[in-house]
Design a protein around this ligand. Structure first.
Ligand code: ADP
Ligand code: MG
Length: 647
């Protein structure tokens, strides 16, 4: 047990122990101040990385949450007489609640609009802190005393240890959380919000939770910040700090606790870096070297475009040259930060830690954590014959887009246990029909019944929860997640441990079980030995099969496959056919949209043919193939003789 802990977490434990020992050996109050600030910024950046790294949103509000947390802690001590723990609890709560409140409207927005919403929030909160001088002291600032902790007054090193302990707890909790279904959900919704909903995970709730969580860490860091400096001013938490924080996360490396820690060290050292000319030259020369190495490597491997390789080199070169030319580097700090941020964003999108990690894993040959043996597929998806009867019924289903009658009154019954083909010429409304069934679009009118009960309308998430799973005509995978994680994310009923216990690490057992089940599904799709690969690195055919495996993880009653063979090479088409056959053996009802007539003939029990949004024929594959109306729809003319339909 202890050995395993050391093997897995050795570096973390050693670094923490070293950090904890420093005040015992060196009594330098300046150094201690820097270390305390390092722990505080560490917590702050771990929080910011949740939104910027995992959720993939540009969040400009973290500096404001630091300020709000700081004032909340300060005021609850000076006005309410709270102790240390109580005050820190208040600042955490303020971050959590205000973060959640901001997230609700803001996260309905995407990209630049989200960034603007967080920017307005920052402006609003600094204005309030500034103008409400009756409460906050306004621009005069707020002085406060560090309250006792459990009756003890903390000196500089005592307070540093407290910060370190809190950082360690945050680190541990976040590591557990990010390795769990929560972390997967955060990343999944960054890569494909649509698929996250379609897998029954719930994009919106996870976005709000992630943002509230990140902000609560901002608030907590603010509380510690207040007790560290014991003097607060609104202008400490504005635009300048925000840029530096973003620089820290991006430079350190997104999606990484070490990256956040590294970024925090950088932020703390920056002022010293700028005031010491020699240090500045050394660091900017190191930056130039890094830009040359990273750029040259990318150039040689042709993974980066010439601009991407060259721009950081030029920017860093300017920094080195500027160091010799300008009188006082501190006056140029904003320009310096801007150059650094630019170089990293362009040249090292994974940050310094991400860049280093590639070499470190090669150096130490860190193998990806060993996989458990796959579960028995029959336990994950039991074999079974369905009892017959109708599973899905569409009644006069319509969906118009403006004047386009994409689906124009479809009636259709899908029997349990069957593979039901849905065919028709391009643009006839097949995808729209399944998009309406699966909740991507709300119907314009008509009824959709699953097992006799109305299916939720216009919500991918609710329809997924009701037992319908699907793949997409244009793939919607979680590109940055591994194949295994793609399937694990969708696994129905696998995750029960509540959030507080997840933070404490009690979700490992269920995660291992989920892994084993997901491996069985990957094996069904012929992807057993690609489990660890990132989805976006898989071949096109493998990506198609992965999407099917992921959809199966929902253990659906009804599985909808929208042109799964589109773009597949011939050998892959036969693999696909055998995958669909083994899904049918498990009693799962399938709606199959397909162009290849031989595939349809081989797999489908019943086929519905639609044209211009209306059903023109229904029957067995052989029947519809001979139907003159069908032939006319495909060829544009009614031939005298039945002909083979084009693929
Ligand atoms: P199919 O899948 O059978 O090729 P679609 O369902 O994709 O056909 O498209 C049917 C018709 O609906 C087409 O004319 C298409 O342009 C239109 N359509 C589909 N989706 C949209 C949309 N989101 N907005 C506007 N028109 C759409
Ligand atoms: Mg389509």
């Amino acid at each position: 047990m202890l050995k395993r802990l050391l093997l897995l977490r050795g570096t973390e434990i050693i670094v923490l122990a070293l950090l904890a020992c420093i005040p015992l050996t060196v009594s330098n109050s300046y150094l201690l101040g820097l270390l305390t600030l390092l722990t505080i910024y560490g917590i702050l950046l771990i929080g910011l990385d949740v939104t910027v790294g995992y959720l993939g949103q540009v969040n400009l509000a973290q500096a404001a949450f630091l300020g709000l947390g700081a004032y909340a802690a300060g005021l609850s001590v000076s006005l309410l007489g709270f102790g240390m723990m109580g005050a820190l609890g208040v600042s955490l709560l303020v971050g959590l609640v205000l973060g959640g409140v901001l997230a609700f409207p803001a996260l309905r927005l995407e990209g630049p609009q989200f960034a603007l919403a967080t920017l307005s929030f920052s402006a609003l909160s600094t204005t309030v802190l500034n103008e409400w001088d009756g409460l906050t002291g306004g621009a005069q600032g707020l002085s406060l005393n560090r309250p006792p902790l459990f009756g003890q007054t903390l000196g500089a090193s005592g307070f540093y240890w407290l910060c370190l302990v809190i950082l360690a707890l945050v680190w541990m909790g976040m590591r557990n959380l990010l390795a769990s279904q929560w972390g997967r959900a955060f990343e999944a919704l960054r890569d494909s919000p649509i698929a996250t909903d379609a897998m029954g995970v719930g994009t919106f709730r996870h976005k709000v939770a992630g943002f509230a969580l990140g902000s609560s860490l901002g608030g907590l860091a603010g509380g510690l910040y207040a007790f560290n400096f014991q003097y607060l001013q609104p202008q400490s938490f504005t635009y300048d700090l925000m840029v530096i924080l973003l620089l820290g996360v991006v430079l350190g490396g997104r999606k990484s606790l070490w990256g956040a820690f590294f970024g925090a060290s950088l932020i703390v050292l920056l002022p010293n870096l700028l005031s010491n000319r020699i240090l500045f030259e050394v660091i900017s020369a190191a930056g130039l070297l890094l830009a040359l190495v990273a750029g040259g490597r990318g150039w040689m491997k042709k993974t980066t475009k010439p601009f991407q390789a060259l721009a950081p080199v030029i920017a860093m070169g300017m920094l080195v040259a500027g160091g010799f030319m300008v009188e006082n580097t501190e006056n140029w700090r904003k320009a310096i930060f801007a150059l650094m941020l630019f170089s990293v964003v362009v040249g090292l999108p994974d940050g310094i830690m991400g860049f280093a990690a590639r070499y470190l894993t090669k150096l130490f040959r860190i193998s990806p954590s060993a996989l458990p043996p796959a579960s028995n597929l029959d336990d994950v998806l039991p074999l079974g014959k369905s009892s017959g009867g109708v599973l899905l019924e569409l009644q006069a289903l319509k969906r118009y887009f403006g004047g386009v009658k994409a689906v124009d009154g479809i009636n259709m019954k899908v029997k349990k246990g069957q593979v039901h083909g849905l065919i028709g010429p391009n643009g006839s409304g097949k995808s729209t029909a399944v998009n309406v069934i699966s909740g991507l679009y709300a119907p314009t009118s008509g009824e959709i019944l699953l097992g006799g009960k109305p299916l939720p309308r216009g919500s991918l998430f609710k329809v997924a929860r009701a037992g319908v799973s699907r793949t997409f005509q244009n793939l919607q995978l979680f590109g940055e997640l591994s194949a295994l994680d793609n399937v694990m994310l969708a696994l129905k009923g696998a995750y029960r441990v509540p959030l507080p216990l997840v933070l404490l690490g009690f979700s490992r057992a269920e995660d291992r079980r989920a892994k084993a089940d997901a491996l069985a599904l990957l094996a069904l799709a012929g992807l057993a030995d690609q489990a660890g690969m990132r989805a976006k690195d898989l071949t096109y055919g493998a990506q198609r099969f992965l999407e099917i495996a992921r959809a199966l993880a929902r253990k659906p009653e009804l599985l909808i496959l929208d042109e799964p063979a589109a773009g597949l090479a011939h050998p892959d088409v036969s693999v696909l056919v055998s995958i669909i056959k083994s899904i049918r053996e498990r009693g799962i009802t399938i709606i199959l949209i397909e162009h290849h007539m031989d595939v349809v003939s081989e797999l489908c029990d019943t086929v519905t043919v639609i044209d211009s949004g209306q059903v023109i024929a229904e029957g067995t594959p052989d029947e519809v193939k001979r139907d003159p109306k069908v032939i006319k729809a495909y060829l544009g003319v009614a031939p005298d003789e039945p002909v083979a339909m084009p693929a």
